[in-house]
Design a protein around this ligand. Structure first.
Ligand code: ADP
Ligand code: ASP
Ligand code: MG
Length: 401
C-alpha cells in the first residue's frame, strides 16, 4: 500500500482495447489499496500526425502554436482512459498538465519543468480518486501551454513521483524492460534485471528511446527508483536505480543514434583562439556540439571536425561560412553514432579494442571516436549503423545471459 505513479506510452493506449487494458492494470493496483496517479501519452502516432498536419499548413509555425496543437494529443488519451476506468466502476478524474500543477519555463516545444504545485493532485488523492494526468505538458508564467520535448511523458511521471514522494514509479511500454540493445532490431538482445541511473542516462542520451534522458536525470536527482515494464505482458521488468548488480557484464548495452550531422572545416587557419571563436558562435545560437576532433597543425592550417544534431548541421555550416575565410566547410548528414555503455568497462582495459575489432571484422570504417568512463562512441556511415550494432552486441553480450 502506498502512492504509485504509473506511466503508459502511446502504443499502450493506441486503441479502445489497449485503453481498457490500461484501465484494468490501473484499477488492479488501486484495488490492492494503493493511491494511483496515472500519466499517459498521446495515442499511437498522434503526436507525429499532429506535427505532419502543422507542416502541411506552415512548416515554420511559431513554437507556441505547435505547443497549443501538440498538447491536444494527451488531452484525448486522459479523457478516454478516465472513461474506461469509470466504466470499470472506479472513482477517477483526468487532469491536464496545468490542472495537475505543472509549471514550466517558456522554451516552447522543449520546456523544462520548474516545479509542480501539488495541491490539486493531493486533493484528488485525498478524495480517493484515481488521477489521470496528461504527460508531456505544462504551463508557463504567461499562462501559455508548453510541451517538454519528444518522449517527455516519462519526465512528467518522474516529476510527479518526486514531488509527491511516491513509493513507486512504473513506466509501462511496449517492450518488457530495458534491453542490451533495441529488442526490435537486435535478435539476441537481453532484458536487464537492473541498471544504474548513470548507465541508463548514457543509453537514453545515446539513442535508446525506451526512457527519455531527462526523466532519468530527474530520477537520479530525486532518488526515484524506476521500473520499466510491459503493459501487455505482466512479467518483471527492469529496475533503474543507484547501484545495480553487475551480472558479470562488461557493458550494459549498445545503442545507435541517427540524429547526427558531421561538420568538417578543412584548411582552417591554425591561430590561437580559433576554436573558441567557432564554438562560442555555435553555442550563442544554442547549437549543441557533441564529438570534436582536431588534426595537428601543418603549414599554418589544420582540420576541425565535429558532430551536431541533423537539424543543426546546415545551420552550423551557414554560421561558419559567414565567419571563416579561405577554408572548406562541409556537412555530412549520412552518419550515425554507435555506442557501448557500461560501468564495467572502467576497470577493463581492452574494451575499446574489442569494439573496434568487431567493427573491423564487419568491414565498417570508423570516422570518429569518443570515450568517457562508462561509454565509447564511434561515428560511422549511417548505412552501416544496424550492422554495427549487431556486430558489437554479438562481441560483448554472451548468448547464455
Ligand atoms: P512509449 O510509447 O511507451 O514511450 P517508446 O517508443 O518511446 O515507448 O520506447 C519504447 C521503444 O524503445 C521500444 O519499442 C524499443 O523499440 C525502443 N528501444 C530502443 N532501445 C531499447 C533498449 N535498449 N531497450 C528497450 N527498448 C528499446
Ligand atoms: N506524445 C509525446 C511524444 O510522442 C510525448 C511522449 O510520448 O512521451 O513525444
Ligand atoms: Mg517514450
Amino acid at each position: 500500500m502506498g502512492l504509485i505513479v504509473q506511466k503508459f506510452g502511446g502504443s499502450s493506449v493506441a486503441n479502445a482495447e489497449r485503453v481498457m487494458n490500461v484501465a484494468r492494470i490501473v484499477t488492479d493496483t488501486y484495488k490492492k489499496g494503493n493511491d494511483v496517479i496515472v500519466v499517459v501519452s498521446a495515442q499511437g502516432d498522434t503526436t507525429d500526425d499532429l506535427i505532419e498536419k502543422a507542416n502541411e499548413i506552415n512548416p515554420n509555425a511559431a513554437k507556441r502554436e505547435m505547443d497549443q496543437l501538440l498538447t491536444a494529443g494527451e488531452q484525448i488519451s486522459i479523457s478516454l482512459l478516465a472513461m474506461a476506468i469509470e466504466k470499470l466502476g472506479f472513482p477517477v478524474i483526468s487532469l491536464l498538465g496545468w490542472q495537475a500543477g505543472f509549471n514550466t519555463n517558456s522554451i516552447y516545444t522543449a520546456a523544462r519543468i520548474k516545479n509542480i504545485r501539488p495541491n490539486r493532485l493531493q486533493a484528488e488523492i485525498a478524495k480517493h480518486n484515481i488521477v489521470v494526468v496528461a504527460g508531456f505538458q505544462g504551463i508557463n508564467r504567461y499562462d501559455d501551454l508548453t510541451t517538454l520535448g519528444r518522449g517527455g511523458s516519462d519526465t512528467s511521471a518522474v516529476a510527479i513521483a518526486a514531488a509527491l514522494k511516491a513509493d513507486k514509479c512504473q513506466i509501462f511500454t511496449d517492450v518488457e524492460g530495458v534491453y542490451t540493445a533495441d529488442p526490435r532490431k537486435v535478435e539476441n538482445a537481453k532484458k536487464l534485471k537492473e541498471i544504474t541511473y548513470d548507465e541508463m542516462l548514457e543509453l537514453a542520451t545515446l539513442g535508446a528511446q525506451v526512457l527519455n534522458n531527462r526523466s532519468v536525470e530527474m530520477a537520479k536527482k530525486y532518488g526515484v527508483e524506476l521500473e520499466v515494464l510491459s503493459s501487455l505482458n505482466p512479467v518483471p521488468g527492469t529496475i533503474v536505480k543507484e547501484v545495480a548488480k553487475m551480472e558479470k557484464m562488461l557493458i550494459r548495452g549498445v545503442t545507435k543514434d541517427k540524429d547526427v550531422a558531421l561538420v568538417s572545416i578543412l584548411n582552417l587557419q591554425d591561430t590561437p583562439g580559433i576554436a573558441f571563436k567557432i564554438f562560442s558562435k555555435l553555442s550563442s545560437k544554442n547549437i549543441n556540439v557533441d564529438i570534436i576532433l582536431q588534426s595537428i597543425g601543418r603549414d599554418g592550417t589544420k582540420d576541425l571536425v565535429f558532430t551536431v544534431s541533423k537539424d543543426n548541421g546546415p545551420v552550423a555550416v551557414e554560421l561558419l561560412e559567414d565567419m571563416l575565410d579561405n577554408c572548406t566547410i562541409k556537412c555530412n548528414t549520412e552518419v550515425a553514432k554507435v555506442s557501448i555503455v557500461g560501468a564495467g568497462m572502467e576497470s577493463h582495459p581492452g574494451t575499446a579494442s574489442k569494439m573496434f575489432e568487431a567493427l573491423y571484422e564487419s568491414n565498417i570504417n570508423i570516422q570518429m571516436i569518443s570515450t568517457s568512463e562508462i561509454k565509447i562512441s564511434v561515428v560511422i556511415d549511417a548505412e552501416a549503423a544496424d550492422r554495427a550494432v549487431s556486430a558489437v552486441h554479438k562481441a560483448f553480450i554472451p548468448n547464455e545471459l
